[in-house]
Ligand binder design. Structure first.
Ligand code: F6R
Length: 574
């Protein structure tokens, strides 16, 4: 969480930093700040979005910038980055310094005065204290005192370099012609260069306009590996859509099709799989559990990463731990990968962002081909993760997954946009929603409810439909509509009975049903018909109208769809 950027070169740094900030703002958008340097430091920082900086200009051909998602210290101007200390040093930081209170105490004891409540400012005071003549040495000395996760960049007045260090948060350098960029994400500078150097954990980069030097925390030089990024600028733009989320929903036929073609690593068949992920990726994993157990008949344990990492999990010989992550940077999922590796258990990542930390740390990786996902609510990454999991299930069953037909049908499902809008208009003022499904549709109910609550701020809960009688049915009233996933399946009749029980209690029901199901129309208030496909493949189709419903409700409510309150795209802290 939080996005950092730096630039050093021959061009005016400020406009480059502003446009870079717009690209990494999805990582946090409470407050924003820029510091440029010529023979002095120039600072601008405010609560709010980068938009407000567009009509300004600060001088200088180098600078650092930050987009904040608050962890330590409230959302206010003094807590926004960059910080300046002794009118000479300035810093931006992404991550959490766990021992900042004790460091702050020590620094205060030596007379340092702090201008913010953040953990980040402590790093800068330490660097200032350790500085003799060389910024790199001061940073190297400082990192040994820090506990926690970070990627930070620091500049000193009168010095033409940016020094950046990484331990646990992403950091990538963009190599240009007589100029260099650094950022939390390549999106920040992809329009200027596709040549990148990924900085690893426990490495420090010293970047000037001509050179990039990398060393480890002990000062040993490392030869930087330069690579070329293959995705393009257009993929990270809205291309005429009002929101990234809508663009990303509409792209799904393509991103699913692309993911159908990803090669699978040569994996021995495991005795058991443990799928670990967070949020939407975790719900993809739950669908994966149903599919793998049904198709490959191999047991799968499904775990939420934030729980898994602290529960001393029991691993068995022949286990494969599968980590699913769009960003490849989610702190809890990464910790789960590391835990499995500590126990010498094989790890497989299903990851969207190429060369992200999880992708680099696992034994094998399947890259989903969703392309850059910018909207905070995950959509196309989810369906791409599903495709990867289907492929894996069929692979372990010794068969090939040919999902082409169902992927073609997603085009047809996207045509339901207008119909879904009409339904959304009827329910937009409801404060609570219940989502129900059985079997493979239960994770879809979870995902549908998550989409609605995160972008429209409407309370939504998901239950396996059979659980209603064990409590939640008490909530049913005219004010609590239910979204029922009642497609053709082995449990159709059971779902149908659950819907009748809700109707008997005056609850409104919006059903997602299979084409040709006339009888469901007779009992439900609204029905969205989807093409008939095998139950096992239905999640690929159901996901889309659920996304469209959440999107449309949020739109009608005037919510900030691509940047919902309190959220950030990459959860790189616990
Ligand atoms: C919801 C959403 C989050 C992410 C979760 C995991 O729409 O986007 O729940 O799915 O934070 O993120 P990744 O997949 O990057 O590990």
């Amino acid at each position: 969480m939080c996005g950092i950027i730096g630039y050093v070169g021959q061009r005016e740094a400020y406009p480059l930093l502003v446009s870079g900030l717009e690209k990494v703002e999805y990582r946090g958008y409470d407050s924003v700040g820029i510091c440029t340097a010529d023979d002095t430091l120039h600072l601008l920082k405010e609560v709010g979005r980068v938009e407000q900086f567009k009509n300004h200009l600060l001088p200088g051909t180098m600078g650092i910038a930050h987009s904040r998602w608050a962890t330590h210290g409230g959302v206010c101007q003094k807590n926004a980055h960059p910080f300046i200390v002794r009118e000479k040093f300035t810093l931006v930081h992404n991550g959490i310094i766990e021992n900042y209170l004790e460091l702050k105490e020590q620094l205060r004891g030596r007379g340092d005065v702090f201008s913010s409540d953040t953990d980040s400012e402590v790093i800068l005071h330490l660097i200032a204290q350790n500085f003799k003549t060389d910024l790199l040495s001061a940073v190297r000395q400082t990192v040994h005192a820090l506990r926690g996760a970070y990627a930070f960049a620091v500049m000193a007045k009168g010095n033409s370099e940016i020094v950046a260090a990484r331990n646990g948060c992403p950091l990538v350098i963009g190599v240009g012609n007589g100029e260099h960029f650094l950022a939390s994400d390549v999106a920040a500078f992809i329009e200027h260069t596709k040549n990148v150097i990924y900085v690893n954990d426990f490495e420090i980069a010293r970047v000037t306009k001509e050179t990039v030097k990398i060393s480890d925390f002990e000062g040993r030089g490392i030869i930087p590996k330069q690579r070329e990024i293959f995705w393009n600028v257009e993929q990270a733009q809205k291309q005429g859509y009002p929101h990234f989320m809508l663009k990303e929903i509409m792209e799904q036929p393509l991103t699913m099709e692309e993911t159908l073609h990803v090669p699978l690593p040569a994996l021995p068949t495991p005795k058991r799989m443990i799928i670990v992920a967070c949020g939407t990726a975790s719900y993809a994993g739950l669908v994966g559990k149903y599919v793998i157990e049904k198709v490959a008949r191999i047991p799968v344990v499904h775990e939420t990463a934030s729980e898994f990492r602290y529960k001393e999990p029991l691993f068995l010989p022949g286990d494969l731990v599968i980590l699913i992550s769009q960003s490849g940077e989610t702190a809890d999922t990464l910790a789960a990968a590391r835990l499995a590796k500590e126990h010498n258990v094989n790890t497989l990542g299903i990851v969207n962002v190429v060369e992200s930390t999880i992708a680099r740390e696992v034994d094998d990786v399947i890259y989903t081909r969703a392309g850059p996902e910018i909207g905070v609510a995950s959509t196309k990454a989810f369906t791409a993760q599903l495709i990867a999991l289907y492929k894996l299930a069929y692979h372990f069953a010794g068969k090939e997954f040919t999902g082409k037909k169902v992927v073609l049908l997603t085009e047809q499902v996207l045509q339901l946009r207008e119909e879904i809008k009409k339904i959304a208009e009827r329910y937009v003022n409801n404060q609570h929603f219940l989502y129900i499904g059985r079997n493979i549709f239960y994770p879809l109910a979870l995902e549908g409810a998550l989409k609605l609550k995160e972008i429209s701020y409407i309370h939504a809960e998901a239950y396996p439909a059979g659980e209603l009688k064990h409590g939640p049915i008490a909530l049913i009233s005219e004010e609590m509509p239910t979204i029922a996933l009642c497609l053709e399946s082995e449990t159709y009749d059971k779902m149908f009975s659950n819907i009748q029980e809700i109707k008997a209690r005056k609850g409104k029901v919006i059903a997602f049903a299979s084409e040709g199901d006339a009888k469901i129309k007779e009992i439900c208030d609204d029905v969205v018909y989807l093409p008939k496909v095998d139950e096992l493949l239905s999640p690929l189709l159901v996901a889309i109208p659920l996304q469209l419903f959440a999107y449309t409700v949020a739109l009608l409510k005037g919510c900030d769809i691509d940047k919902p309150r309190n959220l950030a795209k990459s959860v790189t802290v616990e």
